[in-house]
Design a protein. Sequence first.
Length: 391
Amino acid sequence: MSRIFLGRGLESEANIYLDASKSRAVLICGKRGSGKSYTMGVSIEELHRSADVTILVVDPMGIFHTMSLPNSEQESIVWDWGDSPRALPVKVIVPGDPVERYGGSDIVQEMERRGVEFRALAVNPSDVSPESWCDSFGTSINEPMGIALMKAIRRCRQKYGKEGYFISEIASEVLVDPRANDRTIDALVNRLEMANQWGIFASDRYRELSEVLDPNSVNVLDLSVIDSGRYGRRGLILSVLCRDLFRKRSVARRREELGLAPSKRKFWLLIDEAHQFAPVGRSALGKEDLIRWVKEGRQPGLSLVVASQQPSAIDGEILSQCDAILSHALTTSDDKTALNRLTKDYMKNEIKAYINQLARTGQAVFVDDDAENIEVIQIRPRTSKPGGSEA
Ligand SMILES: Nc1ncnc2c1ncn2[C@@H]1O[C@H](COP(=O)(O)OP(=O)(O)O)[C@@H](O)[C@H]1O
Ligand SMILES: [Mg+2]
């Protein structure tokens, strides 16, 4: 059975595990600096060690590449826990050209020297739905610009097939739209040209997105190099990836069930600072895809881990799907209340009461709906180097 070793119970002194042999949805929360990213790193190490799964980490802060180094700084605590510091194989997936994104070839070379391997990600314009284009351009499919875009994409599909067109083909179709007025055409073509300059789109051939993922490495999608800006580019990338992986995994699952193929690897998606992608009370690119991932992804074998300093800022549909929670210290009452809503019958007290017991960094309340257990635990030390300590 594949299981994730998380740490030790403060009261029970027992080793605490999360069963990872089936699909899970896990929430990691806690105030700034309480150890969320560290704990996410522990989960990644364990998934890599013990579970036969493909791992994708969505990293808006650009901190997970340090997993390619051993955790030498905390060597003695790691030994206390009967383990030793260890480097992991890390692939850093960068939307666009790594040298350009990081701002210098010396940076890329130094990261490579530390064991990181880079993979460039190019989003296929034909994988972007008309709705997502509209969201990226701040319009909707009911407005003239959205309508013209939708028609242009439909014509591209007819002419070039699902995988054979790029932004310039879409723009060409917009230019010859007989029903759209000049202002609409100008505005839309402008936006398409701008999108081309984001440097994240494929412009010559269709690339399978899943090709960039290495099943034997920790795949880190570094979104820190992309503006979180108003166009929601980070969300767009996540959305396209989620949909592609969901589709692939569903097809693979169908084959497995019909005995047409041996079972393939399951998939774990881990998202740090997840409130960016699934904010409460407003739409965001990628949000619907994440909701679908947790709601419908279990059966085909998709798991999700989200970390956020503000559980109250994460969409309720995602929170309510979480079957395990690791909560570090929380301070605001909104956040404690959001978490408390997830209290279940089997708990003797409300989650809040456990959170108030947390005394130091690295401690967390672990709620496991699957095992119907709640307990305060000490998270085990990282064997690979944790990133993101403040300068
Ligand atoms: N379980 C732990 N054991 C030892 N040090 C930890 C542990 N959890 C967190 N830390 C340390 O605490 C600091 C903050 O952790 P971090 O994961 O970056 O917090 P967050 O993501 O919640 O802002 C880091 O310097 C990290 O090394
Ligand atoms: Mg963090």
